[in-house]
Design a binder for this molecule. Sequence first.
Ligand SMILES: O=C(O)CCC(=O)C(=O)O
Length: 317
Amino acid sequence: MNPHLSATTAAGEADDVAPAWDGDNGQWWDWYMSLAADEAPTSLVDVPAVELGSLPTEDAVVAELAEPYDLPAGAVESFAADGFVVLPRVVSPGAAELLRRRLADLLATTGGTALRAREMLWLEDPLVSAAVLSPRIAGVCAALLEVETLRLYHDSALCKEPGAGRTPWHHDAHHFPLASHDVISTWMPLQPVPLAMGPLAFARGMDTWRLVADLPFDKIGTSYDRRVAEGLRDAGVAVHEEPFALGDVSFHSTLCFHTAGANATTRSRMVLGATYYADGARVVDHPTMVSGDWQLFVPDTAPGEVAASPRNPVVTT
Ligand SMILES: O=C(O)CCC(=O)C(=O)O
């Protein structure tokens, strides 16, 4: 029995994810993180605070985020081949620090056993909104996906506290109830992320998901996470697991398998993520419990309908 599941979501075989999620998204994260193999770390490494001197004003950060980002040569090709790309200096250290402080305030009263998470903060905070709807971030996403018009699925503020364990292996196509492969997620750490803090790590190869596509999901325990890790290792798949410098942002396809290590440092690992999809995508016919409370992100939209609610604005790219 998994303590995070209700009688309804626990019913059936371990790979039966057909029931709808019946808790909130915080409870969903508690459940999901419980599916990671490996214990939480027993000792924590001290990492220094970032010293920046003076911080930019909020207006300066909003102006920065409105500026396009010059994609390095080869980024579009790397993304298409690998399923992810990590780009340098997408935001300035000052912008990252201002956003980190803002998310710390917004998450101050948010609970969670492994990851304290909140979505849809763009609806309540102008700085988060400027980042999530920014032409800088969304412009990179549109260029990498090679699509003209993108909509927002959701943002996610993710705070992995010192001592919290791994994030299980997964690909977002399993999570987001969107009937499209033109879906991309950003992961913007708001402090440097050394290996000990658990950077997002990616299985290289846009088609790598096929190698583990037949593994049965496990909604009760850690077998899916372990089998995916073994499957990738046995197939010789390269895993990109590198530290993030302050300002680095990663972009991954919905098909890209990814994980993150434990946070074995004394500092919180604060991240602002967001997910965008090509305009015209529909909600899948049968959303599952793995999509959490997805109707919060795409309200008033039935399975099979085009996802284009007011909570899914077209983003300026
Ligand atoms: O931050 C994490 O540990 C997981 C985040 C993730 O899986 C994602 O952003 O797609």
